[in-house]
Design a protein. Structure first.
Length: 268
């Protein structure tokens, strides 16, 4: 991985059901992030549809489309125009077997470099009924980013996922989320611990704010292999929706990071 790569989480609360408005806001936030000199942008989970559990099934069905020829083409064009990497959060993707919760990754030329379909579907909000699961973990290799792993939200909660990414030699994990307020303790404890245990950088973008049926935490994080939080977004307390935020940190390979990686290797 290139030393000093500037990673970015774009955090906000997309409006459930406002598909085209959400697209326009996301694109505008990408443009703002680029002005900060970022190299890598990660959008949140299901940012086109929004994530209000009471209406999620309808919003997913109404917003679902193929990766090519739809809204994601606009994201790919932004990646090409600005010369940045973009993880397009996740979207409802139509596939031959049903609708998947899918995270596409575009390189600096706007080329689709990886596709991850969420394989652990969150049963408490009905995702296991709405979506078809993916096949498992997704990794890819790049000269600039190194070996990269892609998760979507609940995928990363599973020790087996983290172990698989570690065994695959992943250096950098990119994870879009719609992680609820009630699970804040897990969000705050689990992911820094896993970054430390695996010697990986984690870039985790979350939605943030209050929907009619519940609150999404926010607190998007960029974590280094020592478990240090390099940058973090605002949080919702369940009563307020913070303004959209752009969370940026360079992924710097310091002596402490090298030591953390060495120690993590001893554990495996």
């Amino acid at each position: 991985m290139t030393h000093g790569l500037r990673a970015c989480c774009i955090q906000w609360l997309p409006t459930p059901g406002a598909f085209d408005d959400n697209l326009e806001q996301g694109l505008a936030l990408i443009d703002q992030a680029v002005e900060l000199g970022v190299d890598l942008i990660v959008l949140p989970e299901l940012w086109i549809s929004g994530y209000d559990t009471a209406r999620l099934a309808t919003d997913i069905a109404d917003s679902a489309e193929a990766l090519s020829g739809g809204r994601m083409d606009e994201v790919a064009r932004r990646a090409q125009r600005h010369g940045v990497w973009i993880v397009g959060g996740s979207i409802a993707e139509t596939t031959a077997s049903g609708i998947a919760n899918t995270a596409p990754v575009y390189d600096r030329h706007g080329e689709l470099r990886a596709v991850h379909r969420k394989h652990h579907l969150y049963p408490f909000t009905g995702e296991d009924v709405i979506f078809v699961p993916g096949d498992g973990v997704t990794t890819f290799e790049d000269d600039e980013l190194g070996r990269v792993g892609i998760n979507v939200c609940f995928d990363g909660d599973f020790p087996a996922t983290v172990r698989s990414l570690s065994e695959a030699g992943v250096e950098l994990v990119l994870q879009p989320n719609a992680y609820e307020l009630e699970a804040a303790a897990y969000w705050d404890a689990w992911y820094p611990a896993q970054a430390m245990a695996t010697g990986q950088f984690w870039v985790m973008t979350n939605q943030c704010g209050v929907n009619p049926s519940g609150a999404i935490l926010g607190a998007s994080k960029i974590i280094d292999p020592s478990g240090a939080i390099l940058a973090e977004g605002p949080r919702s307390d369940g009563t307020v929706t913070p303004e959209a935020s752009i969370v940026v940190a360079p992924l710097v390979i310091t002596e402490e990071v090298e030591q953390a990686r060495h120690f993590a290797a001893l554990l495996h």
